[in-house]
Ligand binder design. Sequence first.
Ligand code: AMP
Ligand code: MG
Length: 385
Amino acid sequence: MASQLDSCTIFQCSYSELSSVSECEFGEYPNLQIHDDNKKELKTLLKRPSAASYCLGIESTADDFSVGIVSFDGKILTNVISAYVPEKGGIHPREAARHHAEVAGKVLAKAFQRAKVKPQDIHIIAFSQGPGLGPCLRTGATAARALASYLRVPLVGVNHCVAHIEIGKLVAEARDPVTLYVSGGNTLVSAFEAERYRVFGETLDIAVGNCLDVFAREAGLHQKEGMPLGAMVEELASRGQALISLPYTVKGMDLSFSGLLTAAVQLLHDEKHSLEDVCFSLQEVAFSMLTEVTERALAHTEKPEVLLTGGVAANKRLQSMLKSVAEEHKARFCMVPKQYALDNGAMIAWTGILAYQHHVTLPIEKSFVKLKWRLDEVPILWVGG
Ligand code: AMP
Ligand code: MG
């Protein structure tokens, strides 16, 4: 089966071939063998989904390339993640895309092997269509289109932020939560209202994960595989004690982290305080801001649950702050396990199934990536009435 996959032309494409495929050229790209009559064939080949039908989801919005396979009844069969770790500095979009193109074939083969599912058992292919970094999104989208075409199954474009919420609901058994989604690229508080996940509050500048990462690099820390910079800040903060005054910026329901970052970096240069105390203070201020906005959304909506997700959700201090706020409002605190809180393919596969069950599919020729696709632009057809 792996050899059958390997023979699919997409996996023999070099990075330069993959990254040079522009969105509109895709239909004509000779190596990818897109069938003109794809749509017609898809219609005739549509299989009836059952519990034994599977969706393969591809995530590639930023530094992670991941493939998940999920059954239509919500069993996660596999979730293989390959993270790009920059040699120095932050994520370089083209370098991250190069990583994704290089590992795509191996990650896909591993996913099939671990899931013990054959390619012909795949009913739909889902991919993260946005928001995210252009070159990274396009690499994942190219792989998804080629697979959908090769296997002759429908393609579904998934909003990455919606997917974080849906996988959280599935694995943490939340029904109707206020969600705090905190990652390297996103910071938002949302809840379902009138057919969409409405954004109650969001960052006005950088994401909280990005704030922690830039600060950590300024402090001379280096990211290692399996040890994100935010986790290093957390470890140092656990040994800090003194709370140093830093800018706390909540504007209405929105947040700003750039002034906080600048001030925390300034403290490093002043050398008057220990690194542990600066990390402690940075975390206390940033997480109090997030908790304040989440609490106000909770008080306003009276939702029964608080769901914490995204890479920063792994932080124990943030978890405990949110948990106590949830308890004060008699809401259940729902934690998403780390492998599904980080960017992952399983969340794309599961959201692809939900959308597909409500007749959402994407013709290959219209499957452009959407770099700035907002959470609240997506109709959530599968929730409510
Ligand atoms: P994501 O963008 O969802 O893949 O998550 C990556 C972000 O999560 C990066 O900004 C990491 O530094 C951050 N992160 C991971 N673990 C932790 C942690 N324990 N505490 C704070 N931030 C973390
Ligand atoms: Mg990531």
